[in-house]
Design a protein around this ligand. Structure first.
Ligand SMILES: [Mg+2]
Length: 171
């Protein structure tokens, strides 16, 4: 189970404050795209998320987009944020995580992966020994494989919810 558990779980990206990141001891943020910055396949950023990345960068955080989707989808999207990116990352394999860290001149111990999926974003972060923040999925999800993954995620999300209740707040 430890491989499946994020360091922290919150609702949306905007719940991830610079203070939260600082309390986690990170200075580098690797961002998922689909269901993290926008609805799956949409080129329309979730409201406030462009400003969120600008704010982090103005405070000295390194920020990069790390997506399993294709360059055709990710490149124009990353341009809207003016962020460097890696597409077709094959998360949860650690290769792209380490490439991102190398490109940013960052350190693994000070990096956090933010995304909406346990079996890609979180597992990859744990395999790469990075921290992770799991977001709550948004919007309707129609594909067969995503629905299977969401079903498999359920025990993990239940566990997070129980831990959160015990602590009286976020994990
Ligand atoms: Mg995603």
């Amino acid at each position: 189970m430890a491989l499946l558990l994020p360091t922290v779980a919150v609702e949306t990206l905007l719940d991830v404050t610079p203070e939260l990141l600082a309390s986690m001891g990170v200075d580098t943020v690797l961002l998922d795209v689909d269901n993290t910055l926008a609805y799956h396949g949409s080129q329309e950023p979730f409201p406030g998320t462009v400003e969120w990345t600008h704010e982090l960068r103005s405070r000295g955080f390194r920020v990069m987009i790390l997506s399993n989707n294709f360059a055709k989808r990710v490149a124009p999207f990353a341009e809207k944020y003016d962020l460097p990116f890696l597409s077709f990352s094959i998360k949860p394999l650690p290769i792209a995580y380490f490439r991102a860290i190398h490109k940013l001149g960052a350190r693994r111990e000070k990096a956090v992966v933010i995304g909406d999926q346990v079996f890609t974003d979180v597992v990859g972060a744990n395999l790469s020994r990075m921290k992770s923040i799991l977001l709550t999925p948004r919007g309707e999800e129609k594909g067969f494989s995503i629905r299977v993954r969401r079903t498999l995620e359920r025990p993990v999300r239940r566990r997070i919810a129980r831990q959160s209740e015990k602590k009286g707040g976020d994990v």
